[in-house]
Design a protein around this ligand. Structure first.
Ligand SMILES: [Zn+2]
Length: 332
């Protein structure tokens, strides 16, 4: 699709609509247009995977209107980010033809850092509403768990995920004073207290081992690599706004290349967080109940094909997780 926008008459036609706006206007409008076209091309598959299939399997509680509204919000965020990034890139390449790669690499790395810092606070409220956990005793115990993990939190919040899904989850977001534990209301509905604690302990494990910070650093390094590849492939052609689809094509290639190592690293971090959840709660029974329930509820693939596992599985399979708990129990 990016290739079509770069080289075919379709791309030329669309480009003709934005070419007369000056370099900054063209870059902004072209980035917005390419982002919207990419979304339209992806929409049928996304609709099938994210709406039809989720409903058929009983995960989704969203109406079509709600699903489309979520997609539109995501697209809005994407258009703004793409337009800002591409206009900045073209501007840099024009202002500093000699060493735009250095400036662009620094700017992109900084953007990754900023996004990872503000994203939870800015984007989460776009999709969910949050309220403090009403059960003070449970909230206190979750805070105590966070204390024990060495990552104290101030707020324990409940997200109204049940508006859109039956899937259960919890996560820790924010930094320093804004750090908070967020529990899906679906998790509170579906699981007993020991399981809720265990799942929160798993998320605290990610925090204790600084997986978000490390992931952000890797993302920044990835941004630098991406700019170097771009520079090698395109040189000063980046100064021409028209080349955006080629840039996105290159980035997509890099993303595909990063899929297997990224998934392997993610599985490693998940295992570390699983071990942390066992250490913090000392509750192997809850671990087994929680992961069996999760696997059932999310209809997890227990034995995926090797290639699928290597490329796409960001979490260990349920049998692997139960084996980890057995090993942990044998050691302690
Ligand atoms: Zn995890």
């Amino acid at each position: 699709m990016y290739a079509a926008l770069e080289w075919s008459w379709v791309g030329d036609r669309l480009w003709a609509g934005v070419v007369g706006l000056g370099w900054a206007g063209s870059a902004t409008a072209w980035a917005a247009l390419v982002t919207v076209v990419a979304e339209l091309v992806r929409l049928p598959l996304a609709f099938w995977r994210g709406f039809v299939r989720e409903r058929r399997w009983g995960f989704s509680r969203q109406t079509l209107g709600g699903w489309l509204a979520d997609r539109a919000k995501g697209l809005g965020v994407g258009v703004v980010l793409a337009a800002a990034a591409w206009t900045a890139a073209v501007g840099l390449a024009r202002a500093l033809p000699g060493w735009w790669p250095a400036a662009a690499a620094a700017a992109l790395a900084l953007a990754v850092l900023l996004l990872s810092l503000v994203a939870p606070l800015v984007f989460e409220p776009l999709f969910n509403r949050f309220r403090p956990l009403g059960d003070e005793r449970l909230a206190g115990e979750l805070r105590a768990l966070a204390e024990a993990a060495g990552v104290p939190v101030r707020d324990v919040l409940v997200a109204d995920a049940s508006r859109r899904t039956t899937k259960v989850n919890a996560y820790v977001s924010g930094l320093g004073r804004t750090r908070r534990v967020v529990v899906f209301d679906t998790l509170l509905e579906a699981a007993g207290e020991p399981e809720v604690k265990l799942i929160v302990a798993h998320e605290l494990g990610h925090r204790r081992d600084r997986h978000v910070a490390k992931g952000t650093l890797l993302g920044m390094a990835g941004a630098v690599v991406a700019v170097v590849v771009l520079w090698a492939a395109l040189g000063t052609r980046v100064a021409s706004p028209r080349e955006l689809p080629l840039v996105l094509l290159l980035f997509t290639g890099l993303e595909l290349a990063a899929l297997a190592p990224g998934a392997a690293l993610s599985r490693r971090w998940e295992r570390a967080a699983d071990r942390c959840s066992l250490e913090l709660t000392s509750d192997r029974a809850a671990f087994e109940r929680a992961h069996v329930a999760l696997a059932r509820k999310n209809l997890s693939d227990l034995a995926p094909p090797q290639l699928v596992y290597r490329l796409l599985f960001t979490h260990p399979t349920p049998p692997e997780r139960l084996a980890l708990a057995r090993e942990w129990a044998a050691r302690t």
